[in-house]
Design a protein around this ligand. Structure first.
Ligand code: OOG
Ligand code: NI
Length: 456
């Protein structure tokens, strides 16, 4: 008998992590406070329009976190724990060829996929896995020692995994088991007091700070927890006014007068935290590691593959102009205004973004989508982008590293893709665009409209 269902378990876990992270990283609390202030101001300013991409209660509770693991076996265990919370892997991101700085990981995100589950609690966790087999970063000798180290550690106790399996199989847990599950899960993602082997950590850090953070310690930890804000430009200025130095830019689309698309994110480096180190002679000394940070995000409309293609072209165009000496902040809004329709309805007509459509009154069901929208027979509600952007993700990783590390681009990488990852963790990995397309399709069916949309 389960008295705490999957959705409630997820909501409790998100709150629990938020409390934990607030006590461990005080600047996170400042960030959440500032988000609340900005969100309230936007609500007062924009009224109903402020809730176009989600109710204020959803946005206020919304968080994403990030963790990093070392092996497919560890990632499968993570999948069991998040499976207990109704979160499935969606999206595949290869950050090893990310511009401008490659990171030796591949990633997915665990999240709910059903619309009603997202509305109730959209908690998600960006999850990265090291690729020790990639010769551009790791020699055969280092790969072997890394795999040895990773094989010996246990990130999650059996009791936690057993409870996770029970929760997933039965759609929840009893009160007592739920409490135990949440204690064990939160502890597994907290920063461990276990001493860090100095020589090993330093050896990995020379190659990549991310490799050291993953393979240089015996545990994993949540490295940031990200609240959602309705006006990220205002938030950025607000945080600086509170004396918190943000990274140079907001990642993703620029600020412009048109609809919010995809995802805009920005971050700040957390303070170095005291950690115990084991020295070569076996003594323990106190040192500092800077492994956790703060991030905030604003979400907009999900783009169709055609819209995403256009988005990628605009980004490449901006990069080229910046390389030729233009200032990004000036050029980006111009490129955007010239390249992207500046209204939702135009995005819908051109099949560039995903919407749910609803029908009104009696109309000729064979009319084109444009005619139906213009005639007011169909209204379009944007589908919010629930996923991540690889380039922003790599930027977030990179902005929190002390140096670029060492990479030998002449060596071969190890091929990895979504199918490979799904195979080694033994679970399907959803394709975000297919989830959005199915939602859109279903809304058209419900409206009794026979039109098909380009771009999907
Ligand atoms: C993950 C960074 C990516 C995002 O929001 O794009 C990310 C990490 O640093 O482990 O969280
Ligand atoms: Ni993040």
């Amino acid at each position: 008998m389960s008295s705490v269902g999957t959705t409630e378990l997820r909501a409790r876990f998100a709150r629990r992590l938020s409390e934990l992270y607030g006590t461990e990283v005080p600047a996170y609390t400042t960030l959440v406070d500032e988000c609340h202030l900005v969100n309230q101001r936007v609500l007062d300013r924009d009224g109903a329009a402020a809730e176009r991409f989600g109710s204020i209660s959803r946005v206020t509770a919304e968080r994403h976190g990030a963790i990093r693991v070392g092996t497919p076996a560890e990632l499968s265990q993570v999948a069991r724990i998040f499976g207990a919370l109704g979160m499935v892997p969606a999206g595949f991101y290869d950050l090893r060829d990310a511009y401008p700085q490659p990171i030796p990981v591949i990633s997915t995100a665990f999240r709910p996929v059903e619309t009603d589950e997202l509305a109730l609690n959209p908690f998600r966790v960006f999850t990265s896995m090291l690729v020790p087999q990639d010769r551009r970063f790791f020699s055969p000798d280092l790969e072997k020692r890394l795999l040895n180290f990773l094989d010996r550690r246990r990130l999650f106790p059996d009791e936690l995994l057993g409870l996770a399996d029970r929760a997933e199989a039965f759609g929840g847990l009893s009160d007592k088991d739920a409490a135990r599950f949440l204690d064990l899960a939160a502890a597994a993602f907290a920063l461990s007091p276990e001493p860090v082997d100095r020589a090993w950590y330093t050896e990995l850090e020379k190659i990549s700070g991310v490799a050291a953070d993953i393979g240089g310690v015996t545990s994993t930890h949540i490295n940031h927890l990200t609240p959602r804000v309705l006006d990220i430009d205002e938030l950025y200025t607000g945080m600086q006014a509170r004396g918190i130095a943000m990274i140079d830019e907001i990642q993703g689309p620029p600020r412009w007068h048109g609809p919010d698309v995809l995802l805009r994110q920005t971050s700040f480096r957390a303070l170095a935290e005291p950690r115990a180190f084991r020295e070569a002679d076996g003594t323990i000394s106190e040192g500092r590691l800077r492994v956790r940070f703060g991030e905030v995000e604003a979400r907009g409309i999900a783009l169709t593959p055609a819209g995403r293609g256009l988005y990628d072209d605009l980004v490449a165009d901006i990069d080229q102009q910046v390389a030729a000496g233009a200032a990004r902040q000036e050029i980006a809004p111009e490129v955007w205004a010239a390249g992207l329709p500046d209204s939702e309805i135009e995005l819908a007509k051109r099949g560039l973004a995903f919407f749910t459509f609803s029908a009104h009154g009696d109309f000729d069901r064979s009319l084109s989508l444009s005619a139906l929208l213009d005639g007011g027979f169909l209204t379009a509600q944007p589908i919010v982008y629930e996923d991540f952007l690889p380039r922003s993700a790599a930027g977030i990783f990179a902005s929190n590293l002390t140096d670029a590390g060492a990479m030998d681009a002449s060596q071969g990488g190890a091929p990895r893709d979504r199918e490979w990852l799904a195979d080694v963790i033994g679970r399907p990995i959803r394709v975000p665009e297919e989830i959005y397309a199915a939602q859109q399709e279903e809304s058209l069916l419900r409206s009794g409209v026979s039109t098909t949309i380009d771009g999907g």
